[in-house]
Design a protein around this ligand. Structure first.
Ligand code: PLP
Length: 398
């Protein structure tokens, strides 16, 4: 049997490896608390589940759905964008429901990338932007996100020969893994840049509703002319704790949406209809859950930051996202430090380098850990310094 070269070069998805390590530890009877995966621990709100159960009993929803989704779902998405961001969308041409944002992010590469084409991809970043580029036989060109640039890419630093071959520009704010945010000025500059270099912009914004201290993230679609040059991927996963149901959307440029619809209609059969009805309920029903969840995440954020700072790690409280991006102590790589935390205090974090070369020197912690486990994990983390002192007496770790 001969696998394709693209599969031979494909590493297992990051969290497959991490979950394996956790399972090994647990099998030995060791207690492990994982801050690794950004998967909301709080259940999906009851009104959404009730609608899902009701829709699941209707035989009309037992059949193949349409790729483009129910018209009522597309309308609900358009209305949500209008209400939340003041952005007007044509529900037939500028909205496409997805089987989770990840699915659309992966498939859109097939609409733009041919052999040797370039996609401009932030580094560090959600891995799917670069992997989907490579699966489509293209090459990612990485845009470093550094603390000095507030984790925004320096678009002017991209060489002309790269821009000539580039077709897609990937962006993601509030950002995974850094927790950084972007403002409208930045997005307006992105539109100008994309126009000038004939790039299609794919902005990924699934964390726009997870925000703290009264901060309200903006949408790329609010930028002047955004619809001419790009789309925004979004998701119900993080806003309504619906990761398990697989429902997201892409909105914006009609030609890009049409191309993705063509690819998807040949490859998948859409979102199960009962889940689409649950999605409509999420978008049009009470939005109170968002503030309730954010209050929980904000409390957790502050606890985690306090413990990390006490450990001597530098970490800024993010304004949005479910993620904390912390600098590892001097003398460690991100993998060394993540391994040290797992081995010594049974806490799992993600090494920053797994999100790209420029993630080196950081670890990522997710706030989606249930309160009791979070407290346990934080007290385990708080003992890390003592375990170091015991091992190397006389060395000052302050
Ligand atoms: C930046 C980013 N985009 C997309 C996704 C995937 O969203 P979905 O659950 O809708 O596939 C994630 C999930 O963690 C993410 O962090």
């Amino acid at each position: 049997m001969k696998m394709s070269r693209r599969v031979e070069h494909l590493l297992p998805y990051l969290f497959v490896e991490i979950n394996k390590k956790i399972a090994e530890k647990k099998a030995k009877g060791e207690e492990v608390v994982s801050f690794a995966v950004g998967d909301p621990d709080i259940p999906t709100p009851t009104n959404i589940i009730d609608k899902l159960c009701q829709a699941a009993k209707d035989p009309a929803n037992h059949r193949y759905p349409e790729t483009e989704g129910l018209p009522e779902l597309r309308q609900a998405i358009a209305e949500w964008y209008k209400k939340r961001f003041g952005v007007s969308l044509d529900a037939d041409k500028e909205v496409l429901p997805l089987i989770g944002a990840k699915e659309g992010i992966a498939h859109i590469a097939l609409c733009f990338i041919d052999y040797r084409d370039i996609a401009l991809v932030p580094d560090p970043a959600y891995p799917v932007y670069s992997v989907s580029t490579m699966l489509a036989s293209g090459s990612p060109y990485y845009l470093p996100l550094t603390e000095e640039n507030n984790f925004l890419p320096d678009l002017d630093a991209i060489p002309t020969h790269v821009l000539r071959r580039a077709k897609l520009l990937w962006l993601n704010y509030p950002n995974n893994p850094t927790g950084a945010v972007a403002d409208l000025d930045f997005f307006n500059r992105v539109v100008e840049f994309a126009r000038h270099h004939d790039l299609a912009v794919c902005h990924d914004g699934p964390y726009s509703e997870v925000a703290f201290d009264g901060y309200q993230p903006v949408s790329f679609m609010q930028a002047d002319g955004a619809k001419e040059v790009g789309v925004e991927f979004h998701s119900l996963s993080k806003t309504y704790n619906m990761t398990g149901w697989r429902i997201g959307m892409v909105v914006g440029n009609a030609a890009m949406i049409d191309a993705l619809k063509r690819v998807k209609s040949n490859l998948d059969s859409g979102i199960p209809q009962a889940i689409q009805y649950a999605g409509i309920e999420a978008l049009t029903g009470s939005q109170d859950c968002i503030q309730e969840h954010n209050a929980i995440y904000q409390r957790r954020r502050d606890l985690v930051i306090e413990v990390l700072n006490n450990m001597g790690l530098k970490a800024q409280p993010p304004k949005a996202s479910l993620l904390i991006w912390a600098k590892v102590p001097e003398g460690y790589t991100s993998v060394d430090f993540a391994t040290d935390l797992l081995e010594r205090v049974g806490v799992v974090v993600t090494p920053g380098v797994s999100y790209g070369k420029h993630g080196e020197g950081y670890i990522r912690l997710s706030l989606t850990v249930p309160d009791a486990a979070l407290v346990r994990g934080l007290s385990q983390l708080a003992t890390w310094r003592d375990t170091r002192r015991r091992l190397r007496p006389g060395i000052d770790f302050t």
